[in-house]
Design a protein. Sequence first.
Length: 480
Amino acid sequence: MAMLGKRRPGRASSGVSGLQGRQAERREAAGGEQDVLEIRGLAHDGRGVARATLGKTVFVEGALPGEHVRVAVHRTRKRFDEAHVRELLVASAERVAPPCPYFGRCGGCDLQHLALPAQRRHKQAVLEELLGRQGIILAASPALLAGAGEGYRRRARLGVKVDADGGVHLGFRARHSHRLVDIDACTVLVPALDALLVPLHQLLAGLEAPRQVGHLELLESDQGVVVVVRQLRDHPGDARRWQAFATAHGVHLARWLGREAAELDWLTPAPALRCRVPGPDGELSLGVGPGDFLQANAEVNGLMVRTALSWLAPLAAGERVLDLFAGVGNFSLPLAAAGARVTAVEGNPAMVARLGDNARANSPGWGLDLEARQTDLAEPTAVRELLQEVVPEVVVLDPPREGAEVASRALVEHPVPRLLYISCDPATLARDAAHLVHGGYRIRHAAVADMFVHTSHLESMLLFEYSGSGRQARGASSDG
C-alpha cells in the first residue's frame, strides 16, 4: 500500500488545529495511530467506514461493520483518510479466517475475511444504494445469482517481473500497487490452472531471457488449458523450453510476440477452442480465441444466461432482438436458439468474425437466425440508426465498465418494449438506469451476480419495460 506507515501531514495541510491537532500529531508521531474507531458500514469497495474524533470519514482496509479497531492512517485526503487495521479490539460475528494465505498482500480478493453470505448481502445492498442515489427504489431486493466460493475462475492474467538481482516473480498485483506478489497457489482458480502456478514459476526461472516475458494468460476451455505468453521478442532457446513445458503438462501454448502490433504465434498445434453456454433446451458451443472476452466464472455466467432467457420468455418466433456489445455471442446465441431473430452488434472486428463463425457452427442443431455486425457503439448516430433500422422488440446491453450511456439516451428517443441491461459496473449502470427511468422505462426484474467471489466486484442485471409515462419521479418497481 502506498505510504504504508508514513506520518500524516501536520496542521497546515490536515486542517486540524489547537489542542486536538497537537494530540493528533502526537498519535501520528507514534506511527499514524488514531483513537479507537467503530466501523459503521462497508464501502462499495469493501473497506470499513468510520468517523474519526473530529468527524472526518475514515476508510479502513480489512475492517468490518460493528468492529472496534485501532488504525494507522496511510493516506490523508481533504475529505477523508485511508487507513488499515493496526489492532482489532472487537471482531464482527461475520469475520472469518481467509482461506488464502496471500490475503492482505495480493490485491485479487479483498473480502475473504467476510463470511460468504455477508459478502453477497453487501453486493445486493450496493446495487440498491447506487440506484437509490438516482431516485430509483426497487420494490424488492435484487435476486442473487451465485455459485461456488472457491475454484471457480477459469481465466486469469499473471504478471511476470525480474528484479534487480535476477529473481523471477510470478503472481498478481498488490492492492493499489504495481508491486507483484509471488503466489504458488490460488484458491479461486479452477484446479487445472492452480496446478500450473508452481511449474510455471520454475519454468520462468530457467529461461535464458525472462525479461522478455511481460505476463501470462491462462484459460480453461472445453479442449483443455491454454497458456498464452506475452513476449516482447522471440528467443528460440526459450521457445523450445515453452514447447517442452506444454508437452509435459498437456496444455496448449501460444505467444503474443512484439510490443505494439503483437502477433499470435502458436508453439503447439492451434486448437479450436470452445466453451459451453446454456440454451433454452441444451447447450450451445462458443468458439473463443486468445484475447477474446470470456466471463471468468462459467457457473455464474450460465446462471446469468438462464436468467436472461427466463426474464424474456416467452420470445415469439421471429421476435426481433438487438444485442449491443454482443462479444462472441454469450447472450446472442441463446436468444436466437429460443426463436428470436437476433441482430448482434460488436465494435471489435475480430470478435464480430468470431460471433459470425459461432452462429454458423451452432445453426445446424438450432436453426439460428442471427446476423453479426460491426458498429461503433460510442457513436450516437450509429446507435440511433440501428434502432430505426432493426425496430427491435427487445434490446440487450452488455457493455464494458464505461457503461452504455449513448445507447441509453438513444433508447429514450427510440423506446423499445423490453430492455435487458447486463452490467459489470453498478455505478455506470445506475447512471444509465436514471436516463432510462426518467425516459419512461420501469424496472421489472433485478439481480446481482456474484461473478468474482471474495471480491467487491459485482455484476448486475436489470430488465426494463417501457411504460411510456415519461419522466418518473422515483421511477421503478421490481419483483426481484
